[in-house]
Design a protein around this ligand. Structure first.
Ligand code: SF4
Length: 132
């Protein structure tokens, strides 16, 4: 149908295994804000944002011999009507730095077409560049 009618679909889901199979591009949102965006292949090969990494760690692997390293997020989801200052994810992020609580991160292109909104990638965090 997409090819026949030249359609664009917006598919919203928490089931990343389905997202991977039907999407050309992926946008990951937290509390109503885009935190990572890029080609599906790039996002799944190289997830950058701590929230994306936590989501990906929850994807079940259909192999009982594979040990899962699940990232469990602490705390509860803040109210979208009253989001935290600075980075909206800072109250649950294991990588949170002091400035994450006050400074809102901006979107950066880390590899062609692959964008992330996180201080870890601005040259002042611990991860400067994860280009592969
Ligand atoms: S900006 Fe800071 S709190 Fe927000 S996701 Fe990045 S490291 Fe975590």
């Amino acid at each position: 149908m997409q090819e026949k009618y030249q359609l664009t679909y917006l598919f919203i889901s928490h089931d990343l295994s389905v997202v991977e199979h039907i999407s050309d591009t992926v946008g990951v949102m937290y509390l109503g804000s885009l935190v990572e965006y890029g080609d599906t292949e790039d996002i799944f090969r190289n997830p950058l944002h701590p929230y994306t990494k936590a989501l990906f760690s929850a994807i079940p692997v259909p192999d009982p011999t594979v040990k899962m390293k699940r990232i469990v997020l602490e705390g509860s989801i803040p109210s979208p009507a009253n989001p935290p200052k600075g980075c909206k994810f800072h109250t649950r992020c294991a990588n949170c730095m002091e400035r994450c609580k006050h400074e809102t991160p901006v979107q950066r292109e880390i590899e062609p077409g692959h964008y992330v909104v996180c201080h870890l990638y601005d040259g002042r965090g611990t991860i400067v560049n994860e280009k592969k």
